[in-house]
Design a protein around this ligand. Structure first.
Ligand code: HPA
Length: 264
């Protein structure tokens, strides 16, 4: 069956499970961001993503694989607690299915959060959120195969970044390099990414952004710097460090998201 048809079926199922007929915003919570979702308030509904057509359970620890419906300041928000990554081997269609489902359910604003390695330790600290100003899609994939050309001049909405800065005036911006993973980068790759103009490196987001733009939605991307990228710090990287940084920053991330929802 066609992927857009499955997304439309998933949107129908969401409507019947939540008794809402339309959503305003979708929020995708990446590694470490899941605890911040609680700051949005009491869910109106929550269930495993696998209850919806076309969804498979995420394979990675820290990716809860649940979907939540919550109303924040009058906005009907769909929250995916966890996402599918390209490195899980289920293909691009599985990676972008939550975004397709949300757009089919009416969402016009897509907020993508992720954990990222910091490539500029001189002005980034672990635990800081960084607004994504632009991206380098180095995943080797695209959700657009067979589709039309797509302008990505403003992949990440200037308007939404302005609203995020109103919510948290301390927010800085950066360019996110999206790689396939699942290995972390080598120090040589980190040097290459810095030279290429990237400020952040991670394994998600870029394909979801492209799909959201194809569907005409506005995108806001926020990275949580969970570690300094390989070779720039003395320590080797491990996934537990990424999750711990998320737990420690959940308060600030949660307040930021709640304040942002009220401004959308
Ligand atoms: N590299 C790639 N992905 C990541 C990193 C990193 O250093 N930290 C969190 N996700």
């Amino acid at each position: 069956m066609n992927a857009l048809t499955v997304a439309a079926e998933a949107a129908d199922e969401l409507r019947s499970r939540s008794s809402l007929d339309c959503f305003d915003v979708v929020l995708v919570m990446g590694s470490g961001w899941v605890p911040a979702a609680d700051a949005l308030g009491e869910p109106a509904a929550e269930f495993p993503v696998t209850d919806l057509p076309g969804f498979a359970p995420p394979a990675v620890e820290g990716h809860a694989g649940r979907v939540r419906v919550v109303e924040v300041a009058g906005r009907r928000v769909l929250v995916f607690l966890g996402r599918t990554h390209l490195y899980e081997g289920r293909g691009v269609e599985a990676v972008v299915h939550p975004v397709r489902t949300a757009l089919a359910a009416g969402a016009g604003v897509v907020v993508l959060t992720n954990a990222a390695g910091g490539l500029r330790p001189e002005h980034q600290r672990v635990g800081d959120p960084v607004l994504i100003a632009d991206h380098l899609n180095l995943s080797g994939a695209t959700p657009l195969t067979g589709a039309r050309f797509l302008d990505l001049t403003e992949a990440y909405s200037t308007r939404l970044r302005g609203l995020a800065r109103e919510a948290d005036p301390g927010l800085v911006e950066g360019v996110y390099a999206g790689l396939r993973g699942p290995s972390y980068e080598t120090p040589a790759e980190v040097r290459m990414l810095r030279t290429s103009g990237a400020d952040l490196v991670g394994m998600s987001t870029v394909l979801e952004t492209i799909e959201a733009r194809r569907g005409g939605a506005e995108v806001l991307g926020i990275s949580l710097v969970t570690n300094i990228a390989a070779g720039l710090a003395a320590e080797p990287l491990d996934h537990e460090e990424v999750l711990a940084a998320g737990r420690e920053s959940a308060g600030r991330m949660g307040s930021l998201l709640a304040a942002l929802m009220a401004k959308l």
